[in-house]
Design a protein around this ligand. Structure first.
Ligand code: EPZ
Length: 462
């Protein structure tokens, strides 16, 4: 098992390119199940979650070719560290429709295969995803939405078994029926639930209206791709999405939108080290809440360069030398994203006052608090709220990563901490951050990946 070894206190300088978004790519990949034609996705990040989704699709009869097609006129087809990877998916065996627990338990986003499988083949068997470090992660809204489209849903041995009207386990026949669906839940909308219902409704008979849909930019990216495949979707990005079902979808080529959470993470890394990093391929138009919060903290994001695509801008991060305290409440988009909560908490540990962070999406998403405290942070958690009292300095320590974004928060704290920090279980980071250590080392951070054995004694004490 790998660890990261980080010597804090270095100022960073230079430029980092933001990858294609993990949380956009996963439902986009699942949508390959909706067509018999090739689906070509470019700027796909090279992450363990992407590899797991490719493996899962393989078990569902989808071939995935990590090919490097000729460079397209805009180089969006190119391959390599500057442009992610290009993957061509194609269904070759539509009779395999069981997403097994062995893969689903490693990646909750496997649930996004349920809607496409059911819509295209009339039948799907997908293991119920378990909970994870940030919460119970139910899928009741997904199932309620599919039942509204006429699906018969049963639970059998930990699997969801879904059959469309007229469908059968051999995938012959069956078709969902468009309907009005209210998809709101106790925490607002559901992102992957919206992706599932949106994808399924494209092939349903008749019109579907999703009320209280997720407005996340990743849903807009999915809708744009589905429309390029022949779907008839309007309203994506708003709480009401309308889908007029069609008989079939064709293939297309789609470039994955940039990762707004990766971009926000590097903005925090630049700010906590009082640096002036440049970020390329930044989806600033999808990050207004995070950028507004940074502004209140005294950290400024300035768009530069001539690129007029607001979703692929170049920007620089500048600080006034002081981090001001703020109040943050995580909300569904366009509110402050829960996936940046840990990273901003790390930054606020060095503010010159008291900040209040309230987690409205995953009330348990505070496993990073204990680890930051080990580094000298002063954080008091009360239920879904944490009060962060800024301190003058953090000190390096052996700490434990728990989930993807908590781990990123620990990296950010370690970059500013005095001395050495050893972050254990960095496989969490490999799920969502491509080449994190080389990107940070490339702008001057002292960070290296090492074998946990090298630090067995200090980790044993965790
Ligand atoms: C997506 O997860 C993201 N994952 C998460 O990012 C992100 O934190 C989350 O949206 C919220 O923005 C991917 O896109 C792959 P939800 P998702 O359904 O769709 C409750 C990361 O770090 N809920 O929007 O699974 C749920 O418990 C990951 O990249 C129900 O009650 O999240 C939560 O409290 C972590 N019933 C809230 O809704 C349901 O059927 C939002 O969850 C579904 C969800």
């Amino acid at each position: 098992m790998d660890v990261f070894v980080i010597e804090g206190g270095r100022q960073l300088a230079g430029s980092i390119r933001i990858n294609g978004s993990k949380n956009a790519a996963l439902p986009l990949m699942a949508a390959s199940l909706l067509t018999d034609e090739p689906l070509v996705l470019s700027d796909v990040p090279n992450l363990s979650d992407i590899r797991n989704m490719t493996r899962l699709l393989g078990e569902l009869g989808v071939d995935s070719d990590l090919a490097t097609p000729d460079h397209g006129p805009d180089h969006s087809q190119s391959h390599g560290p500057d442009h992610g990877q290009t993957i061509t998916h194609r269904v070759t065996d539509p009779t395999q429709s069981h997403a097994r627990y062995e893969i689903v338990r490693t990646m909750r986003a496997s649930i996004s295969t349920l809607g496409p499988l059911l819509a295209k083949r009339g039948y799907a068997r997908v293991s119920l995803p378990g909970g994870c470090a940030i919460g119970q992660r139910p899928v009741d809204l997904h199932l309620r939405g599919l039942e509204a489209l006429g699906a018969i849903i049963t639970l059998d041995g930990g699997d969801i078994e879904a059959t469309a009207p007229g469908g059968a386990p051999d995938g012959s026949g069956g078709r969902l029926i468009g309907a009005p669906i209210f998809l709101g839940g106790p925490f607002g909308s559901t992102v992957l639930g919206t992706a599932n219902i949106l994808s399924a409704a494209t092939l349903a008979k008749g019109t579907t209206t999703i009320e209280s849909a997720a407005c996340e930019p990743e849903i807009v990216d999915l809708a744009n791709m589905l429309n390029a495949m022949g779907a008839k979707i309007t309203g994506a990005g708003s709480p009401r999405i309308t889908i007029v079902g069609v008989e079939a979808l064709h293939g297309t080529t789609h470039r994955v939108m940039p990762d707004r959470i990766e971009a926000g993470t590097y903005m925090c890394a630049s700010a906590i080290t009082n640096s002036k990093l440049t970020l390329q391929n930044c989806p600033l138009d999808a990050m207004m809440s995070a950028i507004d919060t940074l502004g209140h903290m005294g950290i400024h994001i300035d768009a530069t360069g001539s690129n007029d695509d607001p979703m692929r801008r170049t920007c620089t991060i500048s600080t006034s030398g002081t981090i001001k305290p703020v109040q943050i409440t995580t909300q569904p988009h366009p509110g402050f994203p829960t996936d940046l909560q840990a990273q901003f908490m790390a930054l606020l540990c060095l503010s010159n006052g008291n900040s209040v962070i309230t987690e409205k999406i995953f009330p348990e998403r505070f496993l990073h608090v204990a680890e930051l405290t080990r580094m000298g942070a002063q954080i008091h958690r009360q239920g879904a709220t944490a009060v962060v009292t800024g301190v003058k300095e953090l000190t390096g320590a052996p700490v434990m990563a728990s989930d993807l974004r908590a781990s990123a928060g620990l990296v950010i704290a370690a970059l500013a901490a005095k001395g050495t920090t050893v972050i254990n279980r960095v496989y969490h980071i490999d799920r969502g951050y491509e080449h994190l250590e080389s990107k940070l080392a490339g702008v001057g951070a002292s960070i290296r990946r090492a074998d946990a054995e090298e630090f067995a004694d200090s980790i044993a004490a965790l």
